[in-house]
Write a protein that binds this ligand. Structure first.
Ligand code: NAI
Ligand code: MG
Length: 483
């Protein structure tokens, strides 16, 4: 167990640390299956209290904070995140199993970068002056204001909780909103430590609150609460669909980021070594528990065998183990049910006739490990159609560009895609033809706070990050003065 005297396990509500009215739940270390901590579970009345406190902050202390001051607070929080990055990364690796190097080298810097990027936006959110033909013969002076939406519920998954929370929290606060965070039941500890940094940074009470708890209780109560103006959600398509349906109750705004089945297309003119390295990164990073995981590998016939050989070698050189061991490249999956879901897909791949190229074997041990697995197959297999959220990829051959584009787009999802080619014209033409929110050319899933991020089709609605993140956290008001 963690040191209960230093680790926050209570709700962070109205600027205070409180037990939850729904009791507690046990956080489990996925590397060992052992309990890590008992965490307070927020009940419906806690959600009501949080919305009341958020509303008071929105109309009170937070509304009085000047825009540039909001930026200062965000920058201060970024500094504190950097100060405590080892603690935060340790908690993340412990609770969700990412190799420590990934948590400390990517997830934490990404959180700090989002906070810093949006700290710069806080005092640069402007409307515009708009010319009209006039109003019944009188001239007008018309302009827009971009106002905060109000109370925003940030419902966060477990696969990189701090990084993903940063995409929601930073633009929401920069634009003057208040935020109620619902961490995933599998990963609340790092976010609760972040809450203590938010307190230390000096955000007014109620500006940011953190309510751990179960999706069906805490998440549901938040998403349907009439005092919540927007739900920003990252997670499964199933829950995203439910949130969207629930949003009709109160016309709640939503941003939904729902994962995918992202293709990586390798053309015969690609640099083979770079491509194989990037393909493997796209399949195995964070044990494949990545919304943009590049798990459908479409390869032009001439390179097909070479790519299979390269991915087999890449899979076989992964080191599964303790996330805190420096040699480890892959930790465990998040929990037993996710492990069983993923091994179920491996079985399905075999039974539907895909050819196993690497992995596929059981991994012993108390933790929830799955061997990195590569199949040779076709785009109609279940393993090529459904999101697996584990280290399993399917390699599929094609002959001409049009066939690759058609297969890449033949999916319910549309979050990301990667194009590996040495031909610049082809790179742009294929990027334009792909139905996805974000395309990487010769690099898997480039992410930066400046770049809009989000999907089409079942991958969701709306964009996070970049200036679009500001737009998604503000409402436009039009003011027309008849002169
Ligand atoms: P999930 O969608 O159930 O959980 C994500 C978040 O939503 C958690 O905080 C959860 O507590 C909350 N939630 C659950 N039900 C809710 C409800 N009715 N109202 C409001 N909030 C609710 O995802 P889960 O069950 O952890 O994973 C299942 C699958 O979802 C994965 O195998 C993967 O395919 C996909 N997934 C995709 C992610 C992405 O990055 N896009 C992240 C996590 C999961
Ligand atoms: Mg679920």
């Amino acid at each position: 167990m963690l040191d209960a005297t230093t680790q926050h396990t209570n709700l962070f509500l109205a600027g205070a640390w409180r037990p939850g009215r729904a009791g507690t739940f046990t956080a489990v270390n996925p590397s060992t299956g052992e309990p890590l901590a008992e965490i307070a579970s927020a009940g419906e009345h806690d959600v009501d209290d949080a919305v009341t406190a958020a509303t008071a902050a929105l109309r009170g202390h937070w509304a009085d904070v000047a825009p540039s001051r909001r930026g200062v607070l965000l920058a201060r929080l970024a500094d504190l995140v950097e100060r405590d990055s080892q603690i935060l990364a340790t908690l993340e690796s412990l609770e969700m199993g990412a190799p420590f190097g990934l948590a400390s080298g990517l997830f934490l810097p990404s959180l700090a970068a989002s906070l810093r990027y949006y700290s710069g936006w806080a005092d640069k959110i402007n409307g515009e002056v708009i010319t009209t033909d006039g109003y019944f013969g009188a001239p007008t002076h018309a302009y827009t204001r971009r106002e905060p939406l109000g109370v925003i519920a940030a419902i966060v998954p477990w696969n990189s909780p701090l990084m993903i929370l940063g995409w929601k929290l930073a633009p929401a606060l920069a634009a003057g909103n208040v935020v109620i965070v619902k961490p995933a039941e599998d990963a609340s500890l790092a976010i609760l430590h972040l809450a203590s940094l938010i307190e230390e940074a000096g955000f007014p009470a109620g500006t940011v609150q953190v309510l751990p708890g179960f999706g069906a209780v805490t998440g549901e109560a938040l998403a349907i609460h009439p005092g919540v103006h927007k739900v920003s959600f990252t997670g499964s398509t199933e829950v995203g669909r439910r949130i969207l349906r629930n949003s009709a109750l109160n016309f709640t705004r939503t941003t939904l980021e729902l994962g995918g089945k992202s293709p990586q297309i390798v053309f015969a003119d690609a640099n083979l070594d770079t491509a194989i390295q990037g393909l493997a990164t796209g399949m195995f990073t964070n044990q494949g528990q990545v919304c943009a995981a590049g798990s459908r590998i479409l390869v032009q016939r001439g390179l097909y065998d070479a790519v299979l050989d390269g991915l087999k070698a890449a899979a076989e050189t992964q080191v599964l183990g303790d996330p805190f061991d420096e040699a480890t490249t892959m930790g465990p999956l998040i929990n037993r049910s996710q492990r069983d879901k993923v091994t179920g897909y491996v079985e399905k791949g075999r039974s539907e006739g895909a050819r196993l190229v690497a992995g596929g074997s059981e991994v012993d041990g108390p933790g929830f490990f799955v061997a990195p697995t590569v199949f040779a197959g076709t785009n109609d297999l279940t393993i090529a159609r459904e999101e697996i959220f584990g280290p399993v990829g399917t390699v599929i051959p094609f002959d001409i560009d049009a066939e690759a584009i058609a297969m890449a787009n033949d999916t319910d999802y549309g979050l990301a895609a990667t194009v590996w080619t040495g031909d610049l014209g082809r790179a742009h033409a294929v990027s334009a033809a792909l139905h996805a929110g974000a395309i990487g050319v010769n690099g898997w899933s480039p992410l930066a706070p400046q770049l809009p991020w989000g999907g089409v089709k079942a991958s969701g609605i709306g964009r996070e990050l970049g200036y679009e993140g500001i737009l998604a956290n503000t409402e436009t008001k039009t003011v027309t003065v008849v002169l």
